[in-house]
Design a protein around this ligand. Sequence first.
Ligand code: ADP
Ligand code: MG
Length: 370
Amino acid sequence: MSFSSLGISKHFIKALDELKIVKPSPVQEQSIPFLIGKGTDFIAQAPTGTGKTAAYGLPLLEKIDPKSSKVQALILTPTRELGQQVAKQLFKFTKYSEKIFTEAVYGGAKIETQISALKRPTQIIVATPGRLVDLIQKNAVDLSFVKVVVLDEADEMLTLGFKNELTKILKHTTGKTHTWLFSATMPPEIKTIIKNYLAADAFRVTIGTDRLNKNIAHQYTLTMDEDKLDTLAKFLKNMGEKRGMIFCKTKAAAKTLAKQLKVKNMATDAIHGDLLQKERDKIMRAFKNESLQFLIATDIAARGIDVRDLAFVAHYELPDQVEFYIHRSGRTARAGNKGLSLIFLTKGDMKQLKFIQEKLQIGIDKVVIS
Ligand code: ADP
Ligand code: MG
């Protein structure tokens, strides 16, 4: 199977080739022909890292009329980082096509700048729900020509509490609009959104019945609170050149850990909700361009982040919610690569470990870090 046989235009394929995206992934194979063809309401569920962005992004680009300067498509993403990432991917896909303008808008950046940016021709808006609602209220966007609304990482949007915003936005884009929903998981709240805002006969694609990517090895190491930092440091040293993310539950814990690891001369920094957008961008850039080897993050700050070749995810603190464990682990083993998800467990976490194992039906193997 090739992108050309799925109906993708030559100029996009040329750009894809340069990005080493040559063979469509299963979710792309199943989504693209329908979305390019009928393209009515659509629901896709596929594990993290399986190429959902291109699965909707390419058909979306095929549907844009570059001659019209109206906003024709809207992509909603749960976080600013993810929004920027999606906009960037679309930009890369259009390297050899007629100019298609995508604007990413999100909270934490000056709204005035975004308002004036939206006065330029813009065919695709990528937005976080909260900021889009603000822009709608300020009459800064005209969504009346939107043909497609994409809800990307819909599950994460709901766990971040965007239900009210989503409802408001979807009220504005009814009419001739089709809604495409992409999600790694299908919690009950998503089913409600689907029931309320998508057509009853929406086309459905489900890839893999497992919520977890099969290429991830799950392990834990038992440590005492007072030895935890040293055990983590040992593990990071053992990783050599390999890169990864380290998760904490709270902003405070992430900040402290960053300080402690920097003292040990580790190339690391933390992203969390207390940082200004500019600071977050700077850290993400440093991590992506590999001047940082390890990224410490809180659950919220890390949503949807796609960094290539992450060998591992370390849970310095275990999350309370099983869903968070899925999302964290999904940062590794992307694009068909293998990855490790390692928990730094203290005695008090035993119950939570069992719970995760049972709920996800996975084996988590004990290892010793030395
Ligand atoms: P998801 O949204 O499903 O979590 P992404 O769309 O972020 O996944 O894609 C994960 C990574 O895989 C990205 O770096 C992307 O460029 C890459 N990728 C996507 N499709 C393919 C493909 N068909 N072949 C190789 N790499 C791909
Ligand atoms: Mg995605």
